[in-house]
Write a protein that binds this ligand. Structure first.
Ligand code: SER
Length: 604
């Protein structure tokens, strides 16, 4: 099975059920300032769920281009992509779950030939906003899915949308495929990662209004979504999405340019030009392939690199691709060649998306200009490094930090340059300088440095615990790159600065505050233990001003010790139970300088 075939099977199936195929909408949403990019097929169709008639009727099907920028830092593993294609079909107030569930079963078992024994289902367990979806379970059982393979899950798993603060949404039912070689277990355990979600039927019945109330929509709708790359990988027995045929010609181009083999080992020592170096080739190849594919499609939809919004995302994608090209040893400009292989990709893109051919020259030109520009920045930094290398032998961390600070020169490249000259870098000194700098800038902007804490009154103590919850929630929602870079608490609010380069979407902010409020609602205990700093790090405690800590430190844990929600090395003080915090609300999110964001939040 290849991508072209999967897409055709899907579209043909729904056309045979009287759906009209609509073209993919642009990646850039029209009339929707709440998101930068289209991230699901439903997004451009939102008005039609509210009753506006769609020009093509009530049954639609398509292959939608999507971008999920929240995943940029995850790209590099086997399953994440920034750009991907989503197969979807919609009922705009026409058929509902009684029809959709049998169709889903038919498509999976007949068109894709998946044995029933390899399928499992989850559905919505119900809450205060919407009841348990008993009909859905019964419909699946009627199709022949055994009850032990059908599980109830809460809203966080089986509810979709709205993507912004308000909009259409509803419970969903997800289909999982047993992707391991071993026979599928009798019972479905949604935590077993061998069960891979491949399709999602969303039952769009509600509209979440500005007050957070779920109102019944005037019509029942269906929205489904199936990711092309993931489904294709599992159907072909691959655990690495990048090994599917979609990527073959693109990865072959990168292999040729780098003289590196995507191979089957994750990372290795390489010897090139008589020098040894250690690289995770697969990770870099995936990043280059993914980011340049996304860049090609974003430019085709009219975006140019800039320092704002979609243009900034595009710039970041190209620059990260260039950096990873350097990591795997590509010295000359290469992005254009990779972009060309994406434009020529017969399997999935060429001839399918007319905007690629129409904007071919512009795409190649923009990518090439951006690469040249970024290489100049990198080269300026490199010549500075060389000056330092001549003078200093080993590069003191302090000077490396200056380079990082003034040229935006990535630490990994500094290390690599030094390694080439058999020199090394004192990374702990680098980190110390970085922290020192952060502290100084805080001092400058705040006029004082008080580790952020003004006094120990009861309200301040509550805000302090809320800061830990916020920190952990940001890392869970945005990723492990989030690190505290500053904190300031008054009796009226907390202010928290952290490393993250994009503005948080309304949805992300909501996810973060929901997650914090959930922990408050769960009345998690806050416990303190005094252990060695090394032990604390082993236990996974966050500690960002590392060098300041004594050998034995206090570690505050929120939640059970084994399944904690947050664990931080900290001097306190904290409340003893998160339940006393009240309602947590984010009131503002803004930039706090390059690569940093700032959140103001209150407890009500
Ligand atoms: N909107 C749902 C999703 O993004 C299904 O299309 O998964």
């Amino acid at each position: 099975m290849n991508a072209r075939c999967l897409k055709k099977l899907f579209v043909d199936f729904f056309v045979s059920k009287n759906h009209v195929e609509i073209p993919s909408a642009s990646l850039i949403p029209e009339n929707d300032p709440s998101t930068l990019f289209i991230s699901a097929g439903i997004q451009p169709l939102v008005p039609y769920f509210l009753g506006t008639p769609h020009p093509c009727g009530k049954r639609l099907v398509n292959v939608q281009k999507c971008i999920r920028t929240g995943d940029i830092d995850e790209v590099g593993d086997c399953v994440h992509h920034t750009f991907f294609e989503m197969l979807g079909n919609w009922s705009l107030g026409d058929y509902f779950k009684e029809t959709m569930i049998p169709w889903s079963f038919e498509f999976l078992t007949k068109s894709l030939n998946i044995p029933v024994n390899k399928l499992a289902i989850s559905y919505f367990e119900g809450d205060n906003d919407a009841p348990k979806d008993v009909e859905t379970a019964a419909l699946w059982e009627k199709q022949g899915i055994p009850s032990q393979r059908i599980v109830l899950l809460p809203k966080k798993n089986n509810w979709w949308g709205p993507p912004g603060i308000t909009g259409p949404c509803g419970p969903d039912t997800e289909m999982f495929y047993w992707a391991a070689v071993s026979p599928p277990p009798h019972n479905f355990d949604p935590n077993d990662s061998n069960w891979v979600e491949i399709w999602n039927d969303v039952l769009i019945q509600y509209f979440k209004n500005g007050q957070g109330i779920y109102e019944k929509l005037v019509q029942n709708n269906i929205d489904t979504g199936m990711g092309v790359e993931r489904t294709l990988a599992v159907l072909n027995g691959l655990s690495d999405n990048y090994q599917t045929s979609i990527w073959r010609s693109i990865i072959a181009t990168i292999e040729k340019l780098s003289k590196m083999d995507y191979g089957d080992k994750p990372d290795e020592f390489y010897i090139k030009d008589g020098k040894q170096f250690w690289v995770d080739v697969r990770k870099s190849v995936r990043i280059i392939a993914d980011h340049l594919r996304a860049a090609v499609f974003i430019i085709a939809d009219g975006v140019e690199p800039s320092n704002k919004e979609t243009g900034y995302v595009l710039r970041r994608l190209i620059r990260r691709a260039v950096r990873h090209g350097k990591i795997i040893g590509i010295e000359k400009n290469f992005c254009q060649d990779v972009a060309q292989s994406i434009l020529d990709n017969q399997e999935s893109f060429a001839g399918i998306y007319p905007e690629l051919n129409q904007n071919k020259n512009k795409i190649l030109e923009i990518i090439s200009v951006e690469e040249i520009k970024f290489r100049k920045t990198l080269n300026r930094g490199l010549s500075e490094i060389n000056k330092l290398i001549i003078r200093n032998q080993n590069l003191p961390g302090q000077e490396a930090f200056n380079l990082y600070q003034s040229f935006g020169f990535p630490l990994e490249l500094i290390k690599e340059e030094l390694k080439k000259n058999n020199l090394s870098l004192d990374v702990s000194e680098f980190n110390r300088s970085k922290e020192e700098h952060q502290k100084q800038s805080q001092t400058l902007s705040a006029g004082k440095f008080k580790s952020g804490l003004a006094d120990n009154s009861e309200i301040i103590t509550r805000y302090h615990t809320a800061t830990h919850l916020l920190h952990a929630a940001l890392r869970k929602i945005l990723g492990g790159h989030v690190q505290q870079s500053g904190s300031n608490i008054t009796a009226k609010r907390l202010r928290f600065d952290f490393s993250h380069s994009e503005k948080l979407s309304k949805e992300q902010l909501k996810q973060v505050s929901d997650l914090v409020n959930q922990q408050i609602k769960n009345k998690l205990n806050v416990t303190i233990e005094a252990i060695s700093f090394i032990e604390a790090q082993k236990e996974g405690a966050l500690a960002f001003f590392g060098t300041k800590y004594p050998d034995t430190v206090s570690v505050y844990t929120i939640g059970d010790n084994a399944t904690f929600f947050s664990k931080e090395v900290c001097t306190g003080p904290h409340v003893t139970n998160a339940g006393v915090l009240g309602i947590f609300e984010i009131i503002k999110e803004e930039s706090a300088g390059s690569g940093k964001r700032r959140i103001y939040a209150i407890l009500k």
